[in-house]
Design a protein. Structure first.
Length: 297
């Protein structure tokens, strides 16, 4: 069952302040300094209002060090395991590798390539809002970093995922166009079931998408591009042909490496199949795509 909320620690706000509720197995759950840090960063996002500059976070030396470590490791992996379009997008974007960027800094870097703007999120953003905002070339992003005890691992999307994963792909006009049509699709469909279908196709493409280049599978999804471990392991997954009917109904568990992924024959193939689906989907199409699968059981 798809539950977007599983991806993020719940955030509550009351008279006593803002609290991020980390899971019992989170690396930072027993670290009061880290927990207070997470609460303060979430509070800054909740206080933000549209048209204001995004909150400036005074990142610590430890957080800058996490960014430096992961940036260097992932850059090397992208050169080996990402398609040429993503590698070129990263080279054009020129994310800093010596400090954690502010969201407005990321938006400025993206401006000449796709015009995407980053918006601050405390944690979970409601599904239709998150995906629908992509139609406006805007991307909701968290601003916290993973716990320093495990710099190469995070149980939830953090700024490294949002920026090294998503901003890198958003620096490609071709991939950014897929985000925009995905957002338009999310606004077009009406039922919760159709929205869930659209979100799953997004998950198995722009989050965990794979394509073949030079006969080899390459990762273009942001979830793979930002995962130190999974980007090395995805080639061992069950790589299935692009099939939006299957992608939109495939269940998955975010706590493990994905055992099933969908692989395009090329970036052009992804644009045709995934982009074509996003561009034309409505509730009736989702109904037609899911009906045959329901009959098969």
């Amino acid at each position: 069952m798809f539950e977007e909320g599983q991806l993020y620690a719940p955030v509550t706000s009351d008279d006593d302040g803002v609290v991020v509720h980390l899971a019992d197995n989170h690396p930072g759950v027993a670290d009061p300094v880290y927990r207070e840090r997470r609460n303060a960063i979430a509070a800054a996002a909740l206080e933000w209002r549209p048209a204001e500059p995004t909150p400036t976070i005074d990142y610590t030396d430890a957080e800058h060090e996490i960014w430096r470590i992961v940036s260097a490791e992932l850059a090397a992996k992208h050169r080996r395991l990402a398609p040429a379009e993503v590698v070129a997008a990263g080279e054009r974007l020129q994310l800093p590798d010596d400090h954690v960027p502010q969201l407005d800094e990321v938006s400025t870097l993206l401006a000449p390539h796709s015009g995407f703007t980053y918006l601050p999120a405390a944690g979970l953003v409601e599904l239709r809002t998150f995906y629908g905002t992509l139609a406006d070339a805007s991307f909701w992003s968290t601003q916290y970093l993973r716990h320093p005890s495990q710099p190469l691992y995070t149980p939830e999307p953090d700024l490294i995922h949002e920026v090294i994963g998503h901003a890198t792909t958003l620096a490609s006009p071709r991939l950014a166009a897929l985000y925009v049509v995905a957002g338009q699709a999310a606004r077009r469909v009406e039922s919760p079931e159709a929205l869930e279908f659209v979100s799953k196709v997004f998950w198995f493409s722009l989050e965990f998408g794979v394509l073949r280049e030079g006969g080899e599978p390459k990762a273009y999804g942001a979830g793979l591009l930002s995962s130190y471990g999974e980007i090395e392991e995805f080639v061992g997954a069950d790589l299935r042909p692009l099939d939006v009917a299957r992608m939109g109904t495939q269940t998955y568990d975010i706590t493990h490496y994905q055992p099933i992924l969908f692989c395009g024959d090329s970036l052009e193939h992804v644009e045709d199949v995934v982009g074509g689906f996003f561009a034309g989907v409505d509730d009736d199409l989702v109904g037609r795509l899911t009906a045959p699968l329901a009959l098969r059981g």
